[in-house]
Each structure stands twice: as C-alpha cells, then as structure tokens.
Design a protein around this ligand. Structure first.
Ligand code: PMP
Length: 287
C-alpha cells in the first residue's frame, strides 16, 4: 500500500512526491535528518529529536523550514494517515534547491529549505527477537568527517560499514579512531565492566544520541554507575557486556566483537535491564 508522505507543506502519495535534481542534499549531502520512533501510535523522545534538529540546522546555517513549529503536528498526522502503530518517522531538511549546482550556499532569503517526512511501519519494533540474542559487531577504522555531532545525510561510510559487517557475518560495525571506539555505524556504543557502564563522552567525534541521553539518565536514576570516557576495542573485547543504543533499536545487546565472544555469549543482565527500563519509561512519556 502506498504511503502518504510530506513534502514542503503537502501530504502526498509517495509516488507523487518529488524533490528537484538540484536539491543540495542530492548534489552535496547538504542536509540533516532525524529518526523518531513510534510505539503504540505515540512518538518517543520527540522533544529531544526536535532540539537536535534545531542544533544541526544552526551548526550548518541551514534556515529553519517554515513548518518547523508544526513538526509535532506533522509527525502525528503522518502516524494517523499511515496507520502506524510501531515504526519510525524519518525527517530530512536540506538547504534546498538553487536551480543549479554551486559550492557557495544560496541566499537563504531566496532559496528555502526542503522538508521531507515519511513513515516506516515496523510492527512489533520493541519486541525484536534480535534483542533476546544480541548482535555481533566487527571493528572498522572511523574515516568520517570531523563534525559527527551534526546529524547530516552523509551516510555513505556508515552504509559501507554495515556492508563490511554483513560480509564478515556480523550485524554491525563499531568505528575506531586512534585505537578508541567512537560509535557504531548508526548507534552509540557502550561496554559494561562489573556494574559500570562505560561510553564515550560527548564531543564532535560522535553523534549526541537522544537514546543515549535518556538511557544514561535512567541508568543513573537506577543507581547504576556510569563513566563517560573513551574505551579501546581491546577493552571492549574483555568487557562483561556491551550494547548499543539508537532511536530504532533502543538498547540492543552486543554479544560478539571481532569474533570474540563476550561473557557467555548471551546478552547478560545490564543491557536487558536497561532496555526494559528505557522502553517502559519511554512508552510512559511518549506523546
Ligand atoms: N550515532 C550515529 C552515527 C547514528 O547514526 C545514530 C542514529 N541515527 C546514533 C548514534 C544514535 O542516535 P539516536 O539515539 O538519537 O538515534
């Protein structure tokens, strides 16, 4: 069945939705995005995603789309029109189309940003059987640009990373810079030593995950010890547990790194508990 999507003020059947070939997200990856999960027809962590979107736009001097203040309403409308119970809403803002190709940013008074949203239906998203088993990751060099804190649509390397993982018989890749893990291809990375949760501190080196912020808050509220510091891939392989977080995977246990089994090869206790707390609290706060 055809989805109803949103493009620059209009709700359209997906076949009728178009963006210019001169759009700067197409020519130059000059755009930013957000992915917000839907559980039980409600939006998870919406305010966090909206705040990060505003920050990404500011960092790149992309003007706010006219509909910025209506984004909650647009998300909700798409959930209803597409009958989404569980799934995701993808949102992208690009600098727009100047009707030609030029490295110089167009005049924001003349060229308006392009705003696109669409839904992805994933029934049972939170009941993923994968979370029961955990995932396998490989490590790869992090060769991305230096502003990973901005959520841009430059996703070629993360996409290549997922393919490298797939080829190696794994589910995902953790990226390494100067010997230390930065993050997963589309998620933040954590290890557990005893009862301590360790994850890289926020900087321009990683995306400031909205799920990360919530999970660390819940962990601290549950009296778990949290240490925000860089860790090496060798430390990770020797850890008791490991996991990732993202808006669409929530908290997902990692049971193998570069072929090395963590603990007894099952998700352990900390990651599953955090997943449960995150899902319970997020469902309560969903809007
Ligand atoms: N790091 C990267 C590189 C990502 O692409 C993502 C998800 N888009 C995350 C971390 C997790 O962020 P969030 O929890 O906001 O989905």
């Amino acid at each position: 069945m055809s989805r109803t999507v949103y493009v620059n003020g209009a709700y359209l059947p997906e076949e009728e939705a178009t963006v210019s070939i001169f759009d700067r997200s197409f020519l130059m990856a000059d755009g930013v995005y957000e992915v917000t999960s839907v559980l039980g027809g409600k939006l998870i962590d919406f305010d966090g995603h909206l705040a990060r979107l505003e920050r990404s736009l500011n960092e790149l001097d992309i003007p706010k789309p006219e509909a910025f203040d209506s984004l909650l309403e647009i998300h909700r409308e798409l959930v209803v029109r597409n009958d989404i119970t569980d799934g995701m809403i993808y949102l992208q803002v690009s600098r727009g189309s100047a009707g030609d190709r030029d490295f110089v940013f167009p005049d924001p008074e003349v060229v308006k940003p392009t705003l696109v949203l669409f839904t992805q239906s994933k029934p049972g998203l939170a009941e993923s059987p994968v979370a029961q088993k955990g995932i396998k990751v490989i490590s790869i060099e992090d060769v991305r640009w230096g502003r990973r804190d901005i959520k841009t649509v430059q996703l070629l390397y993360p996409s290549m990373g997922k393919m490298m993982a797939k080829k190696a018989g794994a589910d995902d890749a953790w990226m390494i810079e100067d010997g230390f893990v930065t993050e997963g291809t589309s998620n933040n990375a954590y290890i557990v030593q005893g009862n301590k949760i360790i994850t890289r501190a926020l900087s321009n080196d990683i995306l400031h995950g909205i799920t990360r912020a919530a999970v660390l808050r819940f962990a601290r509220e549950a009296q778990m010890e949290v240490e925000e510091r860089s860790f090496t891939i060798d430390e990770a392989k020797a850890a008791d547990e490991a996991f990732i977080t993202s808006a669409s995977t929530f908290v997902m246990p990692v049971v193998e790194i570069d072929g090395v089994t963590l603990g007894d090869g099952t998700p352990g206790s900390v990651a599953p508990r955090l997943r449960e707390i995150y899902l319970e609290e997020s469902r309560k706060a969903a809007i």
